[in-house]
Design a protein around this ligand. Structure first.
Ligand SMILES: C[S@@+](CC[C@H](N)C(=O)[O-])C[C@H]1O[C@@H](n2cnc3c(N)ncnc32)[C@H](O)[C@@H]1O
Length: 213
């Protein structure tokens, strides 16, 4: 779903930092070799993730939903020397492609991959995170948020992707559309949740930024 015209999207990308060559290659390879390539974060949102991470200067990052590793590489750009990014995905078939691109970046040794279900893996991670990016199963977003909140330091950021759900959050809802109902409930509850300060940014399919109080 494009909320802006293609001309405006192209203009925004042209007026933002260039997409690093390795990420351009990862995008091409994802489109050639992997199902549902539209899931990849992409140039503009990737640069937003990179900038947010550079502002936070995290020692520890958690990503929920690796896919082919694009957003992990963007977030890793802000890691402190010696910092670690944990990223998890339920699909074992993506593991080798992720590793190949991680190892070709400057951050390969700082990225730890986990394969399995998010709600089983998150409780096993001992770190306290400075930055969390949630981008896996939309129906489970409320559970991911509750699982990562106690593991995120005060002042740290929790980011949630696709919260506008192609604009469905403001359209008349069918009773069978569980995902939109769940995202709508979560979006409104985060706006008044005193444990975090929240802004929903209209970037790509909607990116919520929560700062932990
Ligand atoms: C939208 S894609 C992630 C895109 C990635 N963050 C990027 O920008 O390139 C969502 C990923 O979440 C994974 N996923 C979905 N449900 C999951 C779950 N319950 N536990 C772990 N991973 C899950 C999928 O296999 C898929 O690769």
């Amino acid at each position: 779903m494009h909320f802006l015209s293609q001309d405006l999207e192209d203009y925004i990308a042209r007026c933002s930092e260039e997409e690093p060559p390795l990420l351009q290659e990862l995008t091409r390879e994802t489109h050639l070799k992997v199902l549902r390539p539209r899931m990849i974060t992409g140039h503009h949102q990737g640069r937003v993730l990179s900038l947010l991470s550079r502002l936070v200067r995290p020692k520890a990052i958690l990503e929920v939903g690796t896919y082919t590793g694009y957003s992990a590489l963007c977030l890793a750009e802000g890691l402190q020397p010696g910092g670690v990014l944990h990223t998890l995905d339920k699909n074992p078939e993506l593991f080798q492609m992720q590793r190949t691109f991680f190892d070709r970046s400057a951050y390969g040794g700082q990225i730890v991959q986990h394969t399995g279900m998010a709600l089983e893996i998150i409780p096993t991670l001992a770190a306290t995170f400075d930055l969390v990016f949630i981008d896996a199963e939309k129906e489970e977003y409320p559970e991911y948020f509750e699982a990562v909140l106690p593991k995120t330091r005060r002042g740290g950021l929790i980011l949630l992707d696709n919260v506008l759900w192609s604009g469905k959050v403001v359209e008349p809802q069918s009773a069978s559309d569980r995902v939109t109902a769940i995202l709508n409930r979560l979006n409104s509850s985060l706006a008044t949740d005193r444990r975090v300060r929240t802004v929903l940014l209209p970037i790509r399919d909607g990116l919520t930024v929560c700062m932990v109080e």
